[in-house]
Design a protein around this ligand. Structure first.
Ligand SMILES: [Zn+2]
Length: 215
């Protein structure tokens, strides 16, 4: 008997992926930068949790500035200058505040997914001369273990269909496009350069394809 493959026509014209995240909490968050809403999302397929900052009305008709920010405790909380994460987060919040609308998905995958303790171990190796990629690999991890599909899903869940991305990371931009979001612009965040993290940015550009400008 010949195997007959039946193809269904998708009359909606758009693949609807199963939902893998849900919004579980929401509150006001007044900050030094301005007034935001903070939301908690939970993954339905893992133990991962996401924190989202939202400003203004988000709609399918207006491309809002968005950022997928990967948690960096050292940079975001302590103002570390080993990397530019804290400055990027700050600049993204300021831009959203200025424009009056936008969202930041704060993804809690510390140290490109290896966790804070291993990140400190990686810093120790960097103190001995390894770059950020070599350090991760020497600890037995891939250079980057993060994935962004659910962050993109959260932006869709918030009602966005087109976005202006605040990121230098091509993997993040790819994830947004693959999820069906239209990336209408890549917004450059103005980050004051610092000698200490110039080497880190150079590694990200040369080894991970990031689009940041390196002096
Ligand atoms: Zn960082």
């Amino acid at each position: 008997m010949a195997l007959r493959l039946v193809h269904f026509n998708n009359t909606i014209g758009r693949h609807v992926a199963p939902k893998t995240v849900e919004r579980v909490a929401e509150a006001r968050l007044p900050t030094e930068t301005g007034e935001f809403r903070i939301m908690g999302f939970r993954s339905l397929i893992s133990a991962e949790e996401f924190v989202v900052l939202v400003k203004g009305e988000l709609s399918a008709d207006r491309p809002s500035p968005v950022r997928i920010h990967s948690q960096c405790m050292t940079g975001d909380v302590f103002g570390s200058i080993r990397c530019d994460c804290g400055r990027q987060l700050d600049a993204a919040m300021k831009l959203i505040e200025k424009e009056g609308h936008g969202a930041i998905v704060y993804q809690q995958q510390e140290g490109r997914g290896i966790g804070i303790i291993n990140k400190i171990r990686a810093y120790a190796l960097q103190d001995q001369g390894a770059d950020t990629i070599e350090a991760n690999e020497r600890l037995g991890f891939e250079a980057d273990m993060r994935c962004y599909e659910q962050c993109a899903e959260i932006l869709l869940e918030l009602g966005l269909r087109a976005v202006r991305v605040m990121s230098d990371n091509p993997a993040k931009i790819r994830a947004l496009r693959q999820a069906g979001l239209e990336v209408v612009e890549r917004v450059r965040l103005e980050i004051e350069p610092h000698d200490f993290f110039a080497g880190y940015l150079k590694t990200k550009k040369e080894k991970m394809g990031h689009m940041c400008s390196v002096a």
